[in-house]
Design a protein. Sequence first.
Length: 336
Amino acid sequence: MKAMVLAAGLGTRLRPITYAMPKPMVPVLNRPVMEHIVRLLHRHGFVEAIANLHWFPETIEGHFGDGSRFGIRLSYSREEKLLGTSGGVRNASGFLGDTFLVISGDALTDIDLAAMRDFHESHDGIATLATKRVSDTSQFGVAITGEDRRIQGFQEKPDPAEALSDLANCGIYMFRSEIFDFFPEPGASKAAGEDDPPGFADWAMDVFPALLESDVPFYSHEILAYWNDIGNLAELRQGNLDALHGEVAVDPGAPEVADGVRSASPVDGVEVTPPVLVGAGVEIGDGARLEGPVIVGDGCRIGAGAVVRDSILLEGAELAADAILVGGIAARAAKS
């Protein structure tokens, strides 16, 4: 089974960070979130993948190359204009083959893709959607299912009092190639604006309604794994701290230098209270304090006597001497 990593979005809700980088390159534990997805693919036996690109495409290509450093063969599909949530998949249909995975390159998860693949191959439908139970349905599109787990409908971000389901659509799909028979004709997407290209298409407004209208079976695969779509700055911060606490299975990279402390840079003369992760090339002044949970990105500078608590410093961020950062995200502004 081949995979497609969705990596073309603008990440508007993560601005101003995404003024400087594409959303899939936003770091979790000092690695791009898409890197954790690519490593997940490798762990579950996927050897070939394609990623669609639009915003800062050269940044993603420059980091991942041909994928060999991460154990997969990775190719790319650039979109001059965004093709929508499913249009980009149709654009890569010649690569994908008879059965394939579609997964967001900007979500944090440790989903068992092998288990999802087994379920997908066990039923008669042409699609399997990963879903997860959530307490606040107003933040997600939810899937309504029957006892056989066949999907019967959807609600888009319903108020919890009006929700008919609490199964959030995780944006992780497995399809048979017949799915493309239910795409809108070019230029006929219900979700497209007047400036969108003819190939634009959307899962929620075009493809999934077509399956329901044609009474084509497709199914929900409920997961218990960690999943965070990193949709906004609060979720970015929470996802990083969850990963630091070990709530999601991702590789922290830096070696453990003390209990609960991982660092790729010297931390002599620094008061450290775990959990803390310090990247490479970091300079920390004498008397500074890192009161975990704290993540310090590569190349950061923290002045003498500064205090960081419950916070994240992204790559290259600087904190002045005697400054205090509590419960925040520090980053270096994009150059105009």
